[in-house]
Design a protein around this ligand. Structure first.
Ligand SMILES: [Zn+2]
Length: 164
């Protein structure tokens, strides 16, 4: 059973929740309908949430300058801003062949929803004291050499098993 610590509205029946499921904490950004979660959304581990939050300043710059920008959130999850777009897409991708392809698992945040999400970051931090203990990949000791990062499923999700 999933329990949740908090549920904040970002508008248009979309919510950010901190969920606890089988002892794992996740930040879930999702559209709801008739009080039920829909498939439109993304569920982030604490490390992925931290990676996202730490890079939102770059997303803001891209939005301001109408440039494209990719944040690697972890694994095959990316936060993507396209040229001249006002929306911020957080999504699971996969790599069937040479190129990364978006899946339906994700959510494209409209400008108001995105600014609501940003305003909620400190509040989510308050209900998630565990975030302080999360060490981002690039600060972990086994990532100090490049092989460590190449073998990591978070950093190099599609080829990590091919690195000897
Ligand atoms: Zn890593």
């Amino acid at each position: 059973m999933t329990s949740f610590r908090c549920k904040f509205s970002i508008g248009n029946q979309r919510y950010v929740q901190v969920n606890e499921w089988k002892g794992e904490l996740r930040v879930d950004i999702r559209e709801w309908r008739d009080d039920k979660p829909t498939k439109k959304g993304i569920s982030l581990t604490l490390m992925r949430w931290k990676n996202l939050v730490d890079q939102l300043q770059y997303a803001d710059q891209a939005l301001q300058n109408k440039l494209s920008y990719w944040i690697h959130v972890g694994g095959n999850v990316y936060c993507n801003i396209t040229d001249n777009s006002v929306c911020v897409d957080i999504r699971q991708y996969w790599k069937p062949e040479q190129e990364l392809v978006p899946t339906k698992k994700g959510i494209c945040l409209r400008p108001k929803e995105y600014s609501c999400l940003k305003e909620l970051v400190p509040q989510i931090g308050k209900v998630l004291p565990e975030l302080d203990a999360v060490v981002p990949c690039y600060l972990q000791s086994d990532h100090m050499n490049q092989i460590g990062a190449l073998q990591c499923p978070e950093c190099n999700p599609n080829d990590c098993d091919k690195i000897a």
